[in-house]
Write a protein that binds this ligand. Structure first.
Ligand code: SF4
Ligand code: SF4
Length: 363
């Protein structure tokens, strides 16, 4: 297929649905496929794909970078926003995520200078325009956004900008997938791998899924036919017992990824253990600034120590991010917790499972 319309074609979708149903009916248990990308979560809810397959359980994993940011990391950002002569800049969703006692939004109402930016370069511009202030970019994202942050740090270094730094909560996806499989707490029969992340890292980092765990993994796009194609390919792999990493999303993802973006990322960042909401500390799953960029590392420039506090009472985000529960299983879903009054991050972010279920599914 060459044109985007074909990936929304109801005839092609119908044919794929029939094939998937036929293949899944021959398996004597319900299969569980996990997506680990917020846009896939939204696409699956929006197209109502779950409803077509009684023999397949589509479960959402830790695919939204805002949702997986831990309460402790939110508390650190809140502490930073309360410091004198400090401007915190970040992408929109982070402002509303509740920490243990406050949020960036509440800090704004108390007078803190927290600004929404649309690119890390905007944050660097804020630093240039406010030389007497310390300007921190709160960086949340996966491999997709990390190269742009890296390029911004390199630009700050070229300009010898002394009042700019980055609080990096960046995470990488393959170690989280590995932790889920190794933990064996949640049964997973295959992964729908993220499209944008894979455009950067390529397909190789997912090979452990088929070689070590003998499960299918398919990198796909965000249209209904993309998702159905992924399910179909996984079903064929299961029925033929030949697990592999497949890339039907070849219009965007190359097996080698984007080597230039990866080089930029690696020039500025190095892997480190990171805490994920719901999944705990996962080895080598975070990105921290390398030693030569220490002056741009807010974690090492500020005292951001905070006490470890539990997640909001009653919030099931941790279990939802592990695929152990669905949004509707949470007693607060649609009652105490809804998009205008989110109790947990999965209801804040537009890519969060609870927000997607509230908007498109309610089931
Ligand atoms: S950045 Fe793209 S690939 Fe990553 S979680 Fe969001 S939508 Fe998915
Ligand atoms: S519905 Fe709200 S409280 Fe419940 S898990 Fe989702 S975000 Fe957390």
């Amino acid at each position: 297929m060459k044109y985007l319309d074909e990936f929304r074609d109801s005839v092609i979708a119908g044919q794929l649905i029939e094939k998937i149903r036929h293949l899944s009916a021959g398996v004597n248990r319900k299969l569980r496929f996990m997506e680990v990308c917020g846009s896939h979560t939204v696409a699956i809810y929006k197209a109502g794909i779950r409803g077509f397959f009684p023999d397949i359980d589509l479960i959402s994993g830790p695919g939204c970078p805002v949702c997986v940011t831990s309460t402790r990391d939110i508390d650190r950002a809140v502490k930073l926003a309360g410091m004198p002569d400090t401007i915190v800049t970040t992408f929109g969703d982070m402002i509303r995520v509740p920490g243990s006692i406050s949020s960036l939004q509440k800090k704004i109402s108390q007078g803190a200078d927290v600004r929404i930016v649309y690119s890390p370069l905007d944050a660097l511009r804020v630093a240039r325009e406010n030389p007497a202030k310390r300007v921190v970019f709160l960086a949340v994202g996966f491999e997709t956004t990390a190269p742009a942050i890296a390029a911004t740090v390199l630009q700050a270094a070229r300009e010898n900008c002394g009042n700019f730094s980055v609080l990096s909560y960046h995470k990488v996806i393959p170690p989280a997938m590995k932790a889920l499989l190794a933990g064996e707490e949640v049964l997973i029969d295959g992964f729908i791998c993220p499209g944008h992340v894979s455009a950067i890292i390529g397909s190789k980092p997912y090979e452990f899924i088929s070689t070590e765990y003998h499960l299918p993994a398919v990198i796909t796009g965000f249209e209904p036919v993309d998702i159905l194609q992924a399910l179909y390919l996984m079903m064929v792999q299961i029925r033929e017992n030949r697990p592999a990493v497949e890339v039907p999303y070849s219009r965007v993802v190359k097996p080698e990824g984007n080597p230039l973006a990866v080089r930029k990322l690696q020039e500025v960042f190095q892997p480190a253990d990171a805490q994920w909401r719901g999944l705990g500390v996962i080895p080598e799953s975070g990105l921290v600034l390398r030693e030569q960029f220490v002056r741009y590392d807010a974690m090492r420039q500020f005292d951001l120590s905070v006490e470890e506090k539990p997640d909001p009472p009653g919030c099931e985000c941790g279990l939802i991010l592990k695929g152990l529960k669905k949004p509707a299983d949470c007693p607060l879903f649609g009652r105490a917790c809804h998009p205008r009054h989110p109790v947990g991050p999965c209801m804040v972010s537009t890519e969060g499972s609870c927000a997607a279920a509230y908007k498109y599914g309610r089931s």
